[in-house]
Design a protein around this ligand. Sequence first.
Ligand code: ZN
Length: 448
Amino acid sequence: MKDVFDYVDQHGPECVRELQAFLRQPSISAQGKGVAEAAKMVERMFSSLGAKVEVFRAEGAAPLVAAEIRGDGERALLFYNHYDVQPPEPLDRWEHEPFGAEIDGGRLYARGVADNKGDLVARIKAVEALLEVRGRLPVTVKFVAEGEEEIGSPGLDRYAKEHPEAFSADACIWETGGRDEEGRLELTLGCKGLCYAHIEVEGGSYDLHSSLAAVVPNPAWRLLWALNSLKNEKEEILIPGFYDDIRQPGPGEAELVESLPSSPERLAKSLGVERFVLGLAGKDALKRLCFEPTCNVCGLSAGYEGPGSKTVLPSKAMAKIDMRLVPDQRPDDIARKFEDHLRASGFDDLRVTWLGAEHPARTDPNARIVRVVRDAVVELYRKEPSLHPTSAGTGPMYQVAAQFGTPAVGIGIGNVASRVHGPDENVNVSDFLEGIKCMALVLERFAG
Ligand SMILES: [Zn+2]
């Protein structure tokens, strides 16, 4: 691979400039800013590889840019990425312009550079390097770049159903990833699913004098009682059937957790919490983080929340609940069980609106792509990566990969100080350049 790596070294500055140009184009899906322009840039980058490019458009959704370059051999590898970014706000917390793409002390600063424009460009450049040096690719490469990941990928399911051929591959390299505190690359084999509920209870048509509490039902109490019925103090989720479809982690997956270098105690400290739920520590905490679903109160409000006292009986109470799901829970099924439970418990006066749904997904750690990526990392970085059976977070891995039976591995160019979604998001320029080599090596080794 020396020839390809030399090419990357020689063309490094050019690759960085191209990434900077992409970063300077805002593409904030939550605010609808610059998304169409960014999609155009992705289309141009794919075209410049000589790829067969298709831009899929669905009513009310950001375009999905797909590309394919035929390679030697039977195998096809899919790169999943997104070209949208989180909003940069609060702007006054940034020391570098969010869309300036400045390099300072070896770091490249911009919204979206770590999540995940840097990875998308690194992968494009890896393909370019192989094509320029060898004239052909060892495997067929597909790209799928969506523009709505940061708002929950609402259009992706439809795109995947209508254009399955754009997604079909033998393995998938997931959007992003990075290095841990000790510089070890983290490979992630899954994502949790999600079910997000907005709950409202209404009482009087306006906030009433609190003396009326003797006779008028209080929506805040109704909401609290309902929430109380969802989970107990032993952290058990009480929705009937909630745990029914959970697949116990396979032996390979449980072992991965045992071998993880991360320290939950250090994590607790960095989060500013004194203890974990149920007094969990060590690997037990990690296992729970990986393999347990959650039922979490994200927001709660009712009545007077200002300073001092105001005696009032609120007319309305609201809660937002997210449930992170694990294989094989299904968001539609969990939503139905949630509503059935509220109704059966006498809370049919609560109005539930579903704001987001995502299936969970987990790759078998014995899948060939896992070994290929791990070996490529060891070969290039001379350091064993850590393998995480899943991210505790959520992403559309089911729609892109798992529903087609495609194993997926997350790897990327970020690090613990990358401030993903935060101010001064950044990556090391050297990690970006190494990331290009790493992806070229993965393609080469995947051919096999
Ligand atoms: Zn992302």
